[in-house]
Design a protein around this ligand. Structure first.
Ligand code: GLU
Length: 475
């Protein structure tokens, strides 16, 4: 893109929480701005007073801040700019680029039905396009309600989308669309143009569902004699069933992902890969790294498919980079009281030991419970496989004796003891490792047994092994 200091914006309608699609649009705008040392602005498109809610504005802002997508200037609210839109409307009327349409709702529905019957696409029949001043005066004096329509010229609109390439639209495909409703309120296409111009927006980066609005907006730019920004439309995000990503595919709200324990950096990383790639094998990015390598030219137009497994993998990679302390803080940002009575160093060590096995902070918390509490039960399937009969008890009992006399409770000390007993009994180490893991954690999978033993400490290990000996193999 051409300019050195671009100004881009994210323009959500506050009719719900920030979803993955919106977050990706915000992220791509933000990355583009930061990559080019430009500005990223936030505009709240709240002209629909019925559906717009302050709580959604708050939630959207909170989600963006959580993702680290901060905006560079004060938030622009469309609801506070109605007089500015009125000026634009008056100017369009004055230059005859807009006209009053007095057709009633009934007239228009009739036209629509007739078009349907004929099997044609509906287009306004332009009944009011050329009515005389006298008729207009008369209608105005009888207070007949009217909308304002753009007088669409006959031409081919051409624009170069940075992602979809050249797009040509013949205006015969558009009708004289409405730019202000009967209550005087401007419509979406008008306000977007007025705002983007006022805010000095140089590049409009948004979802591909807005491609069809772009020719209309270009007509308004032209009618208002304003420079047109560049456009880049982002590919659609589909669910695994190849239908547009929506609630039916599960969680879609950014805050839901935060609450599920995903790191914001992981979510940004994953969102960036929805429609963009660096053109190399690199897949794991921090936000600064993404900022460095991001380019609009690397965005594809084919729809991106949301893949939960990939998100989890990306998330796991980011978790793994954090220290035990950062992980503990992360878990506590979601569950503030998590293990409040434990020593921090112990919790940090637990996090460090388990981080390879967790895909989210919540999963990390869930798989760590046995580090804080003796297991109440033992995984049934594992017992059947690993602690089949009493012969296991006698093996484990021997190990218990060995461990009891172990003075220096270290990882290697525990390992040497276990291997010694296995050798003396002529069995493989696995015959002891699996039952002991079960005794200590209640589950069949986990980190290195000896690292786990070291961390749990001698007293806890001996107690748990003794308890298991008393309870198993019978469940
Ligand atoms: N408010 C519109 C939306 O949420 C965005 C409009 C635009 O980016 O031009 O889809």
């Amino acid at each position: 893109m051409t300019t050195n200091t671009p100004r881009v914006r994210f323009a959500p309608s506050p009719t719900g929480q920030l979803h993955l699609g919106g977050a990706r649009t915000a992220l791509f705008n933000w990355l583009f701005a930061k990559h080019h040392h430009g500005k990223f602005l936030l505009r709240i498109e709240d002209t629909d007073r019925q559906r717009s809610k302050q709580e959604h504005v708050d939630q959207i802002c909170e989600s963006m801040l959580w993702l680290g997508l901060t905006w560079d200037e004060g938030i622009v609210y469309q609801s506070k700019r109605l007089d500015i839109y009125q000026k634009a409307i008056q100017s369009l009327l004055k230059t005859d680029n807009a006209y009053r349409c007095f057709c009633s709702k009934d007239d228009l529905s009739r036209q629509r039905e007739e078009a349907q019957k004929r099997g044609d696409g509906y287009q306004y029949n332009q009944a009011c396009r050329n009515i005389s001043e006298d008729v207009i005066e008369q209608k105005l004096s009888s207070s007949t309600p009217f909308t304002l329509r753009l007088r669409v010229p006959e031409k081919v609109i051409t624009f170069k989308d940075r992602i979809y390439g050249e797009i040509n639209v013949n205006t015969s495909e558009l009708d004289d669309f409405i730019i202000a409703r009967t209550d005087g309120h401007p419509t979406y296409n008008l306000v977007v143009v007025v705002d983007d111009d006022d805010m000095g927006i140089t590049h409009v980066i948004r979802g591909e569902d807005h491609i069809s609005n772009t020719p209309k907006q270009i007509l308004i730019y032209d009618a208002l004699v304003l420079p047109t920004p560049e456009f880049a439309h982002l590919p659609m995000i589909l669910g695994p069933d190849k239908r547009r990503l929506s609630k039916r595919h599960g969680a879609t709200g950014v805050q839901e992902y935060r609450d599920m324990g995903y790191l914001s950096e992981a979510l940004n990383n994953y969102l960036a890969l929805l429609g963009w790639n660096p053109g190399t094998e690199e897949e794991i990015f921090s936000l600064p790294r993404l900022t460095d390598v991001f380019s609009v030219e690397q965005i594809q137009k084919k729809p991106a498919v949301y893949d939960e497994k990939k998100l989890q993998w990306v998330s796991g990679q980011h978790l793994f980079k954090l220290s035990g302390k950062e992980l503990m803080t992360g878990v506590r940002s979601i569950f503030p009281d998590w293990q409040k009575n434990e020593e921090d160093t112990y919790i940090e060590n637990v996090c460090e030991l388990l981080k390879l096995r967790a895909k989210s902070l919540t999963e990390l918390k869930n798989i760590s419970t046995y580090f804080f509490k003796d297991p109440k039960s033992y995984e049934e399937k594992a017992v059947r496989k690993r602690w089949k009969n009493d012969s296991v008890n006698s093996l484990v009992k021997q190990l218990l004796d060995e461990l009891t006399s172990l003075e220096n409770w270290t990882e290697s000390g525990a390992e040497i003891s276990l291997r010694k007993v296995a050798e003396e009994e002529g069995v493989s180490a696995g015959k002891l490792i699996h039952p002991v893991r079960l005794a200590l954690s209640g589950v069949s999978a986990g980190p290195s047994l000896f690292a786990m033993m070291k961390l749990l400490g001698k007293e806890t290990c001996l107690r748990r092994i003794e308890t298991a000996l008393g309870k198993l193999p019978t469940l």
